[in-house]
Design a binder for this molecule. Structure first.
Ligand code: HEM
Length: 169
């Protein structure tokens, strides 16, 4: 007869898949952030948390000039907006991991510190991301954003390692 799997087993599986997705997502964010910075597009969305006053900037901002073609495509806006969008996905993933960890805190205590650190870091990182824009790329704020980003990625790797080990036991 097939063995029944417990709800905890499925929670751990979800936690594992989302933790691995997070490793990819945060890495992508760091690379995208570096791209935004290197093409000087940090203020391509001049406001925050909205972009040109709306959730998705209207069509006129996606092109430079009146002609709509690949040659006039506003890559700065694309990369900065995608950076924000991926950040939103990453934040949602971390909050979902937090909910799973809380629900299973007795069976899965290993992750407690990691998950609290995660939530604090990702909130801090988003605030610093916003301040980067509001303070027009002040060097100290951009540096803090990079520093917290590196720390967040380290925690992402530790978290993936913890769940990987837990499932091997
Ligand atoms: C978990 C979330 C995030 C991570 C890990 C992250 C990571 C990074 C990294 C590594 C850079 C490159 C910094 C450098 O090369 O000095 C960057 C740049 C940037 N990020 Fe984020 N970021 C996150 C969220 C956000 C959010 C929510 C915003 C909101 C506006 C934002 C806005 C920016 C901007 C404007 C830049 C370019 C700075 C410049 O041009 O000097 N980031 N990000």
């Amino acid at each position: 007869m097939k063995e029944e799997k417990s709800p905890f087993f499925y929670s751990l599986q979800t936690y594992k898949v989302e933790s691995y997705a997070l490793v990819v997502g945060v890495y992508l964010l760091m690379v995208l952030g570096g791209y935004v910075k290197s093409i000087g597009a940090g203020l391509a969305c001049p406001d925050w948390p909205l972009c040109y006053g709306s959730l998705i900037p209207s069509a006129e901002y996606w092109f430079i000039g009146n002609e709509k073609s690949l040659a006039t495509f506003n890559w700065g806006l694309w990369s900065e907006f995608t950076h924000r969008l991926v950040a939103l996905i990453v934040i949602s993933l971390i909050l979902h991991l937090f909910v799973i960890a809380l629900k299973n805190k007795d069976e899965f205590p290993e992750v407690k510190l990691v998950i609290y650190l995660f939530v604090i870091l990702v909130i801090l990182q988003s605030v610093f991301g916003g301040l980067t824009v509001l303070y027009k790329l002040h060097p100290l704020i951009v540096t803090a954003h990079l520093g917290i980003g590196i720390f967040t990625y380290t925690i992402t790797l530790i978290n993936a390692f913890v769940i990987h080990n837990k499932l091997r036991q």
